[in-house]
Design a protein around this ligand. Structure first.
Ligand code: CMP
Length: 143
């Protein structure tokens, strides 16, 4: 079963959108297997966004993601990586379709509500960065 790392960013946490966003993934049928409200250290932010180091928006990105609590999550399900990215919408919320999370709740690229892994490789890397194995849960089949 595929897993992905999703993170509700400080703008959306501050706007009380955690329930709305978590509800969309629950209603879609995915399983939340790990979650925590946390402040990201500068060091963790730099590791998480290392592929963007040197880009013009990098410093702002690190400043923003460490500016307040984020809600870090691991979700599980069939093709959850691709499905979650569809549900999130394009990086620039003004280009994201209405009905997607960014399209419905965001306006600017650097405060774009949610992050989601873009491949199996980055999902594994990001899950390992944010979660210990014992923080991820397995659902019993016949509860
Ligand atoms: P995210 O999915 O978290 O991955 C990298 C983030 O960098 C992205 O969402 C945006 O928030 C941010 N980002 C990407 N491109 C730009 C840009 N051109 N200007 C500002 N921020 C950007």
């Amino acid at each position: 079963m595929e897993r992905t790392f999703l993170m509700i960013k400080p703008d959306a946490v501050q706007r009380n959108l955690i329930g709305e966003i978590v509800g969309r993934f629950e209603r879609k049928g995915f399983k939340l297997v790990g979650a925590k409200l946390m402040i990201i250290s500068k060091n963790l932010a730099e590791k998480h966004y290392s592929e963007h180091e040197g880009k013009p928006f990098y410093n702002q990105l690190v400043r923003f993601i460490t500016s307040g609590p984020v809600f870090a999550m691991v979700w599980e399900g069939e093709q959850v990586i691709t499905a979650a990215r569809k549900m999130m919408g394009k990086t620039n919320p003004l280009e994201a379709e209405t009905g997607t999370i960014r399209g419905d709740f965001g306006v600017v690229t650097h405060r774009n509500i949610i992050h989601g892994s873009d491949s199996e490789e980055s999902a594994k890397r990001e899950i390992d960065l944010f979660f210990q194995e014992n923080e991820l849960h397995i659902y019993k089949k016949d509860v």
